[in-house]
Design a protein around this ligand. Structure first.
Ligand code: DON
Length: 307
């Protein structure tokens, strides 16, 4: 692909979404997220050659929310390897991101690390070796390193708001603790989880952070994780990255992807590009409505679907 043409494509996509009237609904169950205007739209594409192509509000930080589950999974696999899979599954749930129903019949083992229950167990695994403060520090260092950007920060107001309103997450964590699948005190596990969700990143930073998933575990020529592990994380993003909307995302876009209720999506075209889009309005499954549409247009114009 000509570099000129990817710049044209991202500019066109940003322009097309600017005037879209159906923009989805901004998440309001975490109060600071409710204040973000639904007019925002950003896109950043990092190609394999390292070039960065952006349009719209691509430099504006937003709450990455559940996209942090990809980075948390990467850290937990680094800490305990495949032992992680004794405590969390690798199957799509087909249920909402904050659902509790499957835990009752499935012995407190969440279906996958990308639903809330799964990410809470992932945090508990990290706390098997670290204090919450250390785990949060490790996460910050990790995203800053893979993105090559020391300015990435956690939005403490968002973390506090999640703490104040996260009753479902408290229920999930307590329920799993009753099954013996959460070991650390629930408030410490959730404090860690909420701080991960409250990471604030721009599309540019997020797309840069996704390079290790695009390039078989490497970022900037440095090995972050093994190629096999990067491919497996991508497989989970493809099958589970959009909750009960994952099949539709694979059908329409055909790329591994992970969404967050802040309206961001990180998508990976293996060997080709790491892509971040942001539009705060969500579809009923909690995934960015225009973000998905923008990715659909991008793969249509570039042929980047893995299928
Ligand atoms: O725990 C929560 O509900 C939020 N901090 C994260 C949820 C989320 O991003 C779901 N994504 N689409």
């Amino acid at each position: 692909m000509q570099l000129g043409s990817i710049d044209t494509i991202v500019a066109e996509i940003a322009e097309e979404t600017r005037t879209h009237t159906h923009r989805g609904k901004v998440a309001d169950y975490i109060p600071p997220l409710a204040c973000v205007p639904d007019s925002k739209f950003g896109i950043a594409v990092v190609l394999h050659d390292g070039s960065v192509h952006t349009a719209g509000d691509a430099e504006e930080p937003f709450s990455i929310q559940s996209i942090s589950k990809v980075f948390a999974l990467t850290l937990a696999l680094g800490a305990v390897g495949d032992q992680l899979w004794r405590r969390v599954g690798r199957e799509p749930s087909g249920t909402a991101f904050n659902s509790i129903v499957q835990l009752e019949t499935e012995h407190g083992i969440p279906r996958n690390p990308f639903i809330n229950a799964g990410a809470i167990v992932v945090c508990d695994v990290l706390l098997g070796r670290l204090q919450p403060r250390e785990a949060i520090g490790q996460m910050l260092r990790f995203v800053r390193t893979v993105a090559g950007d020391e300015t990435i920060a956690i939005d403490e107001a968002v973390a506090r708001a999640e703490q104040d309103t996260g009753f479902r997450n408290m229920a999930l964590a307590n329920y799993m603790r009753a099954f013996g699948n959460v070991h650390a005190p629930v408030e410490l596990v959730l404090g860690t989880y909420f701080h991960f969700c409250a990471l604030s990143m721009s599309c540019r930073q997020l797309a840069l952070a996704g390079r290790y998933l695009m390039d078989d575990g490497r970022a900037d020529g440095h090995s972050v994780i093994s190629a096999r592990r990067a491919r497996r994380i991508n497989a989970l993003m493809m099958s589970c990255g959009h909750y009960d909307n994952s099949g539709d995302f694979a059908y329409r876009i055909g790329l591994p992807g992970k969404s967050g209720v802040g309206g961001g999506i990180l998508a990976v075209a293996p060997g080709i590009a790491s892509i971040a889009v942001w539009s705060p309005g969500l579809n009923p499954s909690g995934n960015s409505h225009l973000g998905q549409l923008a990715l659909e247009r991008l793969v249509h114009r570039t042929g980047w679907s893995v299928f």
